[in-house]
Design a protein around this ligand. Structure first.
Ligand code: FAD
Length: 308
């Protein structure tokens, strides 16, 4: 399985396969299990359906590193449209943004300006901007940007961040973020990281996830626990019940198309669930990362594909 995981991560970066897949109708059909569609309207339609099932939503316009300022501005514009659509249609949804899509690697000042203007738009529409976390070369910069924006009095509470349990530094980061009043989404981490910065074994990542989720649940802020791992969910539920933390004070988060059975069960049991809904033409790297997480998905997708 680790070989397959590395193979999918390598494939997620292969430009030729990407170009071919994004243009082929078979590729789009396969990816539809995890991606709402190509256009903003597809995402809104799926978000409405997910809301109707009693779940909250976060919307992600797919795309990673950009190479020009115009591309970054174009990516930002889609998020501004999303915030307007969410408000107009009264959706229970917020937005998730990657700073590399806003130009972080080539034009860091622009990425920071875009994040600030999205946070302002979110605050003005009573919404919330979540900055996704990317690979560890960007962790410190991402934290700095979110902390600076959150420190602006009018934007307090309008922006939050993601922390990855596989990084050794995450406990210290959570202590600082919670002290500053910044809301966190905790996930295990999706990138390939060296042993100098991240726990190499799944058991250690899981142990750290349980520790960090306890720290978040214990804080006075509303945080998100992003995972499909039943052991992580059981541990969080047990911690909340032992510490008399009401289920309304936190949410579980899962990806669109993953463990729908578990999403429904949590809602049924009275927990808040937010579904992360990605959409857009640049679905290929996202889709490959989902296959890397669970290579068995390839068989599952292939079976459904041929059945349909
Ligand atoms: C809402 C949300 C936001 C995220 N944001 C970020 C982010 O900003 N930065 C980042 O690095 N990572 C992010 N991730 C990804 C995360 O880091 C993990 O890579 C991913 O969630 C898989 O970890 P897991 O906790 O589900 O546990 P795992 O140990 O990977 O999986 C546990 C079990 O969950 C199920 N499962 C997990 N993944 C899949 C799948 N793709 N298909 C089917 N079943 C699956 C399987 O049953 C598996 O046995 C996010 C995840 C979610 C849910």
């Amino acid at each position: 399985m680790p070989i397959l995981r590395s193979a999918f991560i390598a494939l997620s970066k292969n430009r030729t396969v990407r170009r071919f897949s994004e243009r082929s109708s078979m590729g789009r059909k396969m990816s539809s299990r995890f991606v709402a569609g190509l256009e903003l309207e597809d995402a809104i339609r799926v978000a409405e359906a997910v809301n109707q099932q009693g779940m909250l939503v976060t919307l992600d316009s797919l795309g990673e590193s950009v190479s020009t300022e115009a591309e970054a501005q174009k990516a930002a514009e889609i998020y501004h449209q999303l915030l307007d659509q969410i408000a107009a249609r009264k959706l229970k949804a917020n937005i998730s943004v990657k700073l590399t899509q806003m130009g972080l690697e080539l034009f860091p000042a622009l990425a920071e300006d875009i994040a600030e203007s999205l946070a302002k738009h979110a605050a003005a529409t009573n919404n919330f901007l979540r900055i996704d976390m990317e690979d560890s070369s960007l962790t410190q910069t991402t934290l700095n940007i979110v902390r600076r924006i959150h420190a602006l009095p009018e934007l307090r509470g309008a922006i939050g961040i993601v922390i990855q349990a596989y990084l050794y530094r995450s406990q210290a980061d959570i202590e600082q973020l919670v002290a500053e009043g910044i809301r966190v989404r905790l996930c295990k981490g999706a990138y390939k990281e060296p042993a100098e910065v991240a726990f190499p074994s799944k058991a250690d990542v899981d142990k750290n996830y349980v520790l960090l989720s306890g720290m978040l649940l214990d804080s006075p802020l509303y945080h998100g626990l992003a995972t499909h791992d039943e052991a992580m969910i059981t541990a969080a539920k047990a911690f909340a019940s032992q510490h008399k933390i009401d289920p309304s004070r936190f949410e579980f988060q899962m990806l669109y198309g993953v463990r729908r059975d578990l999403q429904r069960k949590l809602i049924h049991d009275g927990y808040n669930v937010r579904v992360y809904i990605p959409f857009g033409r640049e679905w290929y790297p996202y889709f490959m990362r989902r296959l890397a997480e669970r290579p068995a998905n390839v068989l599952f997708l292939a079976k459904n594909f041929f059945r349909n």
